[in-house]
Write a protein of this length. Structure first.
Length: 758
């Protein structure tokens, strides 16, 4: 007696070889029926002997293709029917669009083998792909995911490609970007005015120019890279000059894992991450005396490294025999990455000597993702290509919400049921191009997910572009969410927490409910509400935003606050190098409270310590002083941590930095080196925060602590604070899936908004 079952599978099951997989499984078990793509995923009907059907249902999720991500399997009984074997039916466009689109995937091992096989018809074809690899998200216009709705629609498959595409047993069955030399996109080498060069092999020609020390803009998966030979100091310095990127580290791409191991020690979690189909940039400790130019990552102990992920990258390395290439986003400073060919000539023409372009359009820009391994876990620093649009899975359903994020490192979040879809990295909204990208990404997410948000969640800062954009949408209910509350909620959300937690939210800048600039915050929070349980004592920022760019201003402000004018007599290098005139101006500003907004920012405290320790007086990228201070930490130092006083202030506590600066000034007077100062400062902060956690636990009986905010990109602080809190039996929760900084803010905003309206 036959049984028949209807099986609905949801998740990422389209464009990943799922239907041929089911076809093979059904044939192997001698079952009949059909499978079709739906807007929710796939729908299967399966019929045969009970035992075989049960076997099928057990194996279905267990043996699914590597790129499939199943989020639900619903099975129901059907009446037996008559089938002609097992069939793959045409897609039907449904009402609901619950299907998840796969992110872009690095070229697979099978395609790579063919790429370098002279007998293969795709030998050296730079766009080789199959159902297990290739572009996805960045070429999709709409769903269901079919060739007609991608930027491959303009290429008509040749007979041979079509045959592969139609054959359920072929690796390229319904591989939407399927193409070959005969029918698919091609590569051209252009000069920087957009003139095509008559090159027989444009990739080999581009490699030759890179070898000669030139800069080539290369069109990739989610946008253009600017490439330069990483071992050529002159080329790297030239790239810095043209890109107006003075010191912020560049990432480098190396041909193989072995090549990377020559630059950086690679442990097992890092190895898995580097080789994963997402192929992110991974930050790894840098070995001494490597052939990579110092200008790649000056004054940094880490190197951002990644492996080739498109066939074109592999061909470029095969041609050029490079030890490593700088591959940095094709843009000027913080503008969005360039995706179009004409746009590349216009915007990158002055940065690059040549452009290696192709005619497969990138529909959605997506920068490389950046991760690092801390405590054995991969942690997102910039969640973009390879990860977007895989959702963050939530503990419970939320209403449809669009959360618009912050101002810097902006990302968006759109929720649907138990899924939170974060956009790719958008960038700093203060520039117009990024703002346009923000609007574009918001529209695209809503379209491909077919979600009409009922609520908008935004940051309380009245001047953020994202805030103003949200408030201009008068047709929707808008929920303002305090910046640090959003950070803590973001950490809670990815860890599936409910109820109240102690939240440490440490960062540079976030608008407080009292109108001041917050950033060294300890909250007691759930998703709905928070109280500010403790914070760093306020300090004026002389010159406002100028104090962010010039850490010495913060050092001066702290000295003036704690020691009055007496500090001018301190026998320490920082004071000796101050320019009298500017100092008097600043002191007057502080005394008269002019253009000196108050802040409790943890980032500004790091800045002040870095400036005093002689690490950096002005910065040219965000958090540079804090990062360089961390890089200097001398682990061998055994000096006492710099103490902070925890003072009761009504219902809350204030973290007073006076004892910290007294100890610091004493050390500076005795010539203690910066590495030791840095360690004592970090340790002092750990002690003070652990103390606050103890006090709060005694008061509230809460035992769970969430660590969030950009300051927790500081590995030393994260590891030591986490260890310290665990040793006191706290349960500690940190970020992994979304960045701890403002790139993860939107997730928290969405969750707070969801709970405010319920
Ligand atoms: Zn492949
Ligand atoms: Zn073809
Ligand atoms: Zn923040």
């Amino acid at each position: 007696m036959d049984v028949r079952k209807g099986v609905e599978v949801s998740g990422i099951v389209q464009g990943v070889g799922f239907r041929p997989y089911v076809y093979r499984l059904a044939n192997e078990l001698r079952l009949t029926g059909s499978i079709t793509n739906t807007s929710a995923g796939v729908a299967i009907e399966i019929q045969g002997a009970l035992e075989a059907v049960e076997n099928f249902l057990a194996r279905l999720p267990a043996e699914a293709p590597p790129l499939a991500r199943i989020t639900g399997v619903a099975v129901r009984d059907l009446l037996p029917d008559h089938d002609e074997g097992f069939q793959i039916l045409a897609s039907r466009a449904g009402e609901e669009r619950r299907v998840l689109i796969s992110p872009d995937v690095a070229v697979c091992a099978d395609c790579l083998r063919e790429l370098f096989d002279p007998a293969d018809r795709r030998y050296h074809y730079p766009f080789i792909n199959c159902t297990n690899c290739g572009p996805r998200y960045t070429i999709v216009r709409d769903i269901p995911y079919d060739r007609a709705r991608t930027s491959m629609a303009v290429f008509r498959m040749c007979q041979e490609c079509q045959r592969e595409y139609d054959d359920p047993l072929n690796r390229r069955f319904h591989a939407q970007p399927n193409a070959c030399w005969e029918c698919g996109p091609g590569v051209e080498l252009w000069d920087n005015r957009g003139q095509r060069l008559a090159a027989r092999d444009p990739i080999a020609e581009a490699a030759a120019r890179l070898r000669a020390g030139m800069i080539v803009a290369i069109k990739g998966l989610g946008g253009f890279h600017l490439a330069a030979d990483a071992t050529n100091t002159r080329a790297v310095e030239c790239l810095r000059e043209r890109k107006r990127r003075v010191e912020k580290p560049f990432a480098i791409m190396a041909p193989t894992l072995q090549a990377i191991e020559r630059f950086c020690p690679v442990d097992e979690p890092a190895r898995l991450l580097l080789l994963s189909p997402e192929r992110p940039i991974v930050l790894l400790p840098k070995r001494a005396d490597i052939p990579v130019a110092d200008a790649v990552a000056p004054r940094n102990r880490y190197l951002g490294v990644f492996l080739p992920y498109t066939p074109l990258h592999h061909l470029l390395f095969a041609e050029g025999c490079f030890a490593a290439l700088v591959m940095t986003s094709g843009n000027i400073s913080e503008e969005p990455i360039v995706i179009g060919n004409e746009e590349a000539v216009r915007r990158l023409g002055e940065l690059a000597d040549f452009l290696l372009v192709h005619n497969r359009d990138i529909l959605l820009r997506s920068d490389d993702s950046v991760l690092r391994v801390v405590g054995g876990r991969a942690r997102q620093l910039r969640r973009s290509r390879g990860y977007v649009p895989v959702p963050v899975f939530l503990r419970e359903e939320v209403p449809p919400i669009l959360a618009v994020g912050g101002e810097l490192k902006n990302t968006l979040c759109l929720t649907r049921g138990r899924h939170a879809f974060l956009s790719q990295h958008i960038g700093d909204l203060e520039n117009l191009e990024s703002y346009r990208f923000f609007e574009e990404a918001a529209g695209h997410l809503q379209r491909i997910l077919e979600v009409e948000p009922r609520l908008l969640a935004y940051d309380l800062h009245p001047y953020y572009f994202s805030t103003r954009w949200a408030l201009a949408h008068t047709d929707l209910e808008c929920v303002g969410v305090q910046h640090h509350h959003a950070h803590v909620a973001s950490c809670m959300a990815e860890n599936h927490l409910q109820g109240q937690v102690i939240g440490f939210a440490l960062d540079g800048t976030g608008y407080g409910t009292d109108g001041q600039i917050w950033g060294g915050e300890v909250l007691v929070a759930d998703y709905r509400e928070f109280t500010r349980a403790a914070h760093l004592a306020y300090i004026p920022m002389p010159g406002g935003a100028a104090a962010i760019h010039e850490p010495w201003r913060m050092a001066l402000s702290y000295l003036a606050q704690h020691f009055g004018r007496d500090f001018l007599g301190f026998q320490i290098p920082f004071v000796r190098q101050l320019e009298g005139g500017r100092v008097e101006v600043l002191l007057r500003m502080l005394a008269q409270k002019v253009n000196s907004p108050l802040t409790s920012s943890c980032g500004r405290l790091f800045d002040a310590v870095a400036a005093l320790a002689g690490v950096r007086q002005s910065v040219n990228y965000e958090a540079q002083a804090a990062i360089e201070l961390e890089m200097l930490i001398d682990d061998a130092d055994r000096g006492a941590p710099y103490p902070l006083a925890v003072i009761e202030d009504g219902d809350a506590w204030l973290l007073d930095t006076r004892p910290l600066f007294e100890a610091l000034v004493r050390d500076l007077g005795q010539g203690v080196p910066a590495g030791a100062i840095s360690r004592r400062f970090h340790q002092g902060l750990v002690e003070a925060l652990a103390r606050v956690a103890e006090l709060l636990r005694a008061r509230t009986a809460l035992n769970r602590v969430c660590l969030s905010g950009g300051t927790f990109q500081n590995v030393y602080l994260l590891e030591h604070l986490e260890r310290r809190l665990r040793s006191e039996s706290f349960e500690v929760f940190t970020h992994a899936e979304v960045p701890p900084g403002d790139g993860g803010l939107c997730l928290g905003q969405a969750l707070v908004a969801a709970h405010r309206v319920q």
